[in-house]
Ligand binder design. Structure first.
Ligand SMILES: [Zn+2]
Length: 662
């Protein structure tokens, strides 16, 4: 995989399609199209001070006529939520603080799919005369096979650069990952990273391991993940993308409930069918282990002849890299981590809270979106399983996704115009809603955090040829569903035999009602509860609650139990301060939980406290029976923790640790 790839298969074709696409979009959008490009990707939305004006241009029902319930089944009722309710409206605001990327208007280099060239007119911005002799160094880089130190935390970051190829006007592109540095008077004047999607040879480890035969039915499976967007925040911040999905007949999952606090425990169920805690027993024994032994779903697609891709728009905050060791083997045919790591290191800029949002002159999320579109085109005659995850723009701020709406919609349009969607199952989802900030102190914000967005777009041929599976999926849009179900759904797509009508019929009659993972192509039982779906009570949105007085004995006991649990977590880490109760903010008794058989006189409370030192606000569900208190699920942190936990490198404990001597 480290070898440079000399030819771009189907390059001319792709370029042609691209041109046609640009032309079409230009006609459709007229003036606004030009505007998008002139503004270098900054959203049209910013023109409109009033967010509602965007909504006026999207004519479909934002809220269903009956919004009394989000879902109402025998096993679970989730209250109705309005994305623009009075409680929430005050948090909606166009993001004014997103800064343009470094040098975005004065880039010294530009590229298309085949070449990179110098923009000489822009030399003046670097105090270099327009006709000077400037030379740029084209350096491809790759992830080498050889590993120098297997125990190093940097094992996933390994990289090798090829020798410089100098050019003074333009150069033909021959590689996947490229760094270009321009030099003037022996000093680096400018650096930029470029990402390409050449079609690689189909690698195999056994002789009969071939690409999926052309005559065999199989759909591309593309998962486009956007971090930290609730179902309803998607309505508020990305109306164009949503509207496009609705228009194309995507299925929205109203009762899609998260199963863990943050990204990692909500993605391992999708990609491995396992809880993060299950991994310890199976393939990821400890925090210092890499994930090579874990049976990721992409391996199964690879086995039946798919190309596979794993791409995130960040290296440092990567799902498998943040406080973790990532992969030592290369997990997929197309693996972005190597590129993102270098790009972040040399040209990451515009740091906004947790992440660099720009790679040189371009937003990181846009780098990822372009990559998805280009990779799809490069592999158009093959099959692709791709898992893509955006973090940088959406992770920290409720309203930042507004800045991405146009570009996500454009990606969908591109996949549509190029007819890629005709052979593709597209899943757009998130892992959870925003986990902190003022909105989390509202009841709706609490529910939204537990109800991430998920839309699945099935091609017309699928709806026709797999009609039972399709009808079931529509039914399930109003049932209680989880990331575990997404896994079972993906498993079904490895071999579509399993979802042919006769097989769906047979499988529907079998007993799976209490399975943790149920394929969304089968009817999810109406009596499914959080317990049968294995959703911890703390994350369960089916509950109803009643606030109780914070000076009551139960409230005090519940809070004391929470404090004890918090301190137990950080016990054994002397660098973390012991936490004390500063304020008991809220206690709600939950009314519809399910007691375990052994629990007598069982009650459950949702508790929110503020602690010292550090002013951390924590929320947890505490269960109480006649004998004792216990914690249900994990403890959420409702306000940002910033640098407070810098002294600890454990992805969960970071939330709770306030480092001594702050
Ligand atoms: Zn997340």
């Amino acid at each position: 995989m480290g070898q440079p790839i000399r030819t771009f298969v189907g390059r001319g074709n792709t370029a042609q399609i691209r041109l046609r696409y640009v032309f079409l979009v230009a006609i459709v959008f007229g003036g606004s199209f030009l505007f998008i490009f002139i503004n270098n990707g900054i959203d049209i939305l910013f023109l409109n001070n009033d967010i509602n004006s965007v909504w006026k241009t999207h004519r479909y029902e934002v809220v269903s006529p009956d919004d009394t319930f989000t879902i109402k089944t025998t096993g679970c009722t989730i209250p109705g939520l309005n994305p623009f309710s009075d409680d929430i409206k005050k948090f909606i605001d166009r993001p004014k603080n997103i800064k343009p990327c470094h040098q975005s208007n004065i880039s010294l280099l530009d590229n298309n799919e085949t070449h990179i060239w110098i923009i000489k007119e822009n030399l003046q911005h670097y105090y270099v005369p327009h006709n000077s002799n400037i030379s740029c160094c084209y350096q491809s880089f790759y992830r080498p096979l050889a590993i120098a130190d297997i125990s190093s935390m940097d094992v996933d970051d390994r990289v090798k650069y090829e020798a410089c190829i100098e050019f003074s006007n333009s150069i033909e592109v021959m590689n996947e990952f490229v760094k270009v540095s321009c030099i003037y008077k022996e000093e680096i004047l400018y650096e930029q990273f470029f990402l390409f999607t050449p079609k690689k040879p189909f690698l195999s480890f056994k002789e009969d391991f071939l690409e999926i035969p052309q005559n065999q039915t199989g759909y591309n499976v593309i998962i486009v993940g956007i971090d930290a967007i609730s179902r309803l925040n998607f309505y508020r911040t990305m109306p164009k993308t949503l509207s496009y999905l609705k228009k194309k007949g995507a299925i929205e999952f109203y009762g899609y409930n998260k199963v863990g606090d943050n990204t990692f425990p909500n993605l391992t169920p999708i990609l491995l069918g396992m809880k993060d805690t299950d991994l310890k027993k199976t393939c990821w024994p400890n925090m210092r282990a890499t994930f090579d032994n874990c049976p990721f779903i992409w391996d199964s697609f690879k086995d039946v002849g798919y190309y596979t891709a794993l791409g995130e728009d960040t290296a440092t905050l990567g799902t498998f890299n943040f406080e973790k060791f990532g992969f030592s083997r290369t997990p997929t045919d197309y693996y972005l981590h190597t590129f993102m790591h270098e790009a972040e290191r040399y040209t990451g800029n515009n740091r906004d809270f947790n992440s660099y949002i720009c790679m040189g002159n371009k937003y990181f999320y846009k780098v990822l979106l372009d990559y998805i579109g280009n990779l799809a085109m490069s592999l158009k005659t093959s099959k692709l399983f791709g898992f893509f995850w955006e973090v940088t723009m959406s992770h920290d701020y409720l309203n930042y996704p507004m800045a991405m709406d146009n570009n996500y919609e454009l990606l969908l349009r591109k996949l549509d115009y190029t007819r890629y969607l005709e052979d593709t199952i597209l899943i757009i989802l998130s892992d959870h809603g925003i986990r902190w900030g003022e909105i989390r102190f509202t009841k709706q914000g609490r529910l939204e955090e537990r109800l991430p967005l998920m839309h699945i777009l099935l091609p017309d041929s699928f709806r026709k040829d797999f009609s039972f599976a399709y009808e079931n999926m529509k039914l399930n849009s109003h049932r209680l569903t989880t990331p575990f179900d997404v896994y079972a759904t993906l498993v079904d797509l490895i071999n579509v035999e399993k979802i042919k009508n006769e097989n769906i019929k047979a499988r529907s009659a079998s007993s799976y009602a209490f399975d943790r993972s149920i394929s969304l192509f089968l009817p999810i039982p109406s009596n499914r509860t959080c317990k049968t779906a294995d959703i911890d009570d703390h994350w369960c949105t089916c509950h109803k609650g009643q606030k109780i007085a914070i000076d009551s004995a139960e409230a005090y006991e519940a809070a004391a139990s929470l404090m004890e649990n918090l301190n137990t977590l950080i016990h054994g880490h002397p660098q973390c301060s012991r936490l004390t109760l500063l304020e008991l903010i809220e206690v709600t008794e939950m009314l519809a939980g399910t007691p375990y058989e052994s629990e007598i006189g069982w009650r459950e409370f949702l508790v929110v406290v503020r602690t010292a030192p550090g002013n951390g606000v924590f929320e947890a569900t505490l269960r109480h029976d006649a004998r004792d208190w216990s914690l249900a699920g994990s403890i959420s942190r409702l306000n940002m923790y910033g640098n407070q936990g810098h002294c600890i490198h454990h992805y969960q404990l970071k939330l709770y640790c306030y480092c001594q001597n702050e």
